[in-house]
Design a protein around this ligand. Structure first.
Ligand code: KIV
Length: 275
């Protein structure tokens, strides 16, 4: 894909625009970002949606899961992304336990992500059980993206990060979850780590777009984690990820070259002369 400057887009991507993309069979490109420079780069590359995912906790903050991520973490990093003034739609994750306790708490947390963070929409994990909250948020003017299948905030309940809805009962429950989210007013839904034929069925059944990660090629769009795409997450590449560059190695080599020059007394500021 060629890079696209932000201004090349006719206008900013909107939640309703994503529905039009599904109708026009134009694949939706979503990537995570957690700060201003990475959001700017993703926008310059022409992505449609930037997700300030709570994967923040694992790929940036060094936690072992997404559970410790707080609403303050999410507001701070969402605001950093919003300061990139992207044409891409900015969606912010609702952290663990900000939407499960009550619809009022969910409204307060989502309100902060939009008003203080500058997000255009929020994403939250769960299906039928969170549909009433999605309805309250959507009713208050907060666009909501759903997230079903492997929902990392439920890692302990799921018994690990593994493919979901593999049997008939699981598949039927997942379809019901997606329909409940659509009925409640969600504008799109992430399908994470489910069998590709099931993702194809859900995509054909729903009017709202599906965005897949580890869910096969038939989804209306795909999402990847910034650090996985770029080789910034160490040697481990999740099975649902694809690495397009080894930026980690480039960074390591550049810092090592700087360190060598400092140590041998040749370091000087300014453009570096190529050998
Ligand atoms: O937090 C995140 O990055 C996500 C995506 C993997 C969908 O939820």
């Amino acid at each position: 894909m060629s890079a696209m400057a932000p201004n090349d887009r006719a206008r900013a991507v909107t939640t309703t625009g994503l529905r039009s993309m599904k109708e026009a069979a134009r694949p939706i490109v979503m990537v995570t970002a957690y700060d201003t420079p990475s959001a700017r780069l993703a926008d310059e590359a022409g992505v449609d949606v930037i997700l300030v995912g709570d994967s923040l906790g694992m790929v940036v903050l060094g936690h072992a899961s997404t559970l410790p991520v707080t609403i303050d973490d999410m507001v701070r990093h969402t605001a950093a992304v919003a300061r990139a003034h992207t044409s891409a739609l900015v969606v912010a994750d609702m952290p663990f336990m900000t939407f499960q306790i009550s619809a009022e708490e969910a409204l307060r947390a989502a309100g902060r992500l939009l008003a203080e963070g500058g997000a255009a929409a929020v994403k939250l994990e769960g299906g039928t059980r969170v549909a009433p909250v999605v309805e309250r948020l959507a009713g208050a003017g907060v666009p909501v993206m759903g997230h079903v299948g492997l929902t990392p905030q439920s890692v302990h309940q799921l018994g690990g990060y593994r493919v979901q809805a593999k049997d008939d009962a699981g598949a039927e429950a997942l379809v019901a979850d997606c329909l409940a989210l659509q009925e409640a007013g969600a504008f799109a839904v992430v399908l994470e780590c489910i069998p590709a034929p099931l993702a194809a069925r859900v995509t054909a059944t729903l009017d709202i777009p599906t965005i897949g990660i580890g869910a096969g090629p038939a989804c209306d769009g795909q999402v990847q984690v910034f650090h996985d795409l770029l080789g910034l997450g160490g040697d481990f590449v999740p099975r649902h990820a694809r690495r397009y560059a080894d930026v980690g190695a480039v960074v390591r080599d550049a810092i090592a070259a700087y360190a060598d020059e400092v140590r041998d007394g040749t370091f000087a500021p300014g453009p570096r002369e190529e050998a």
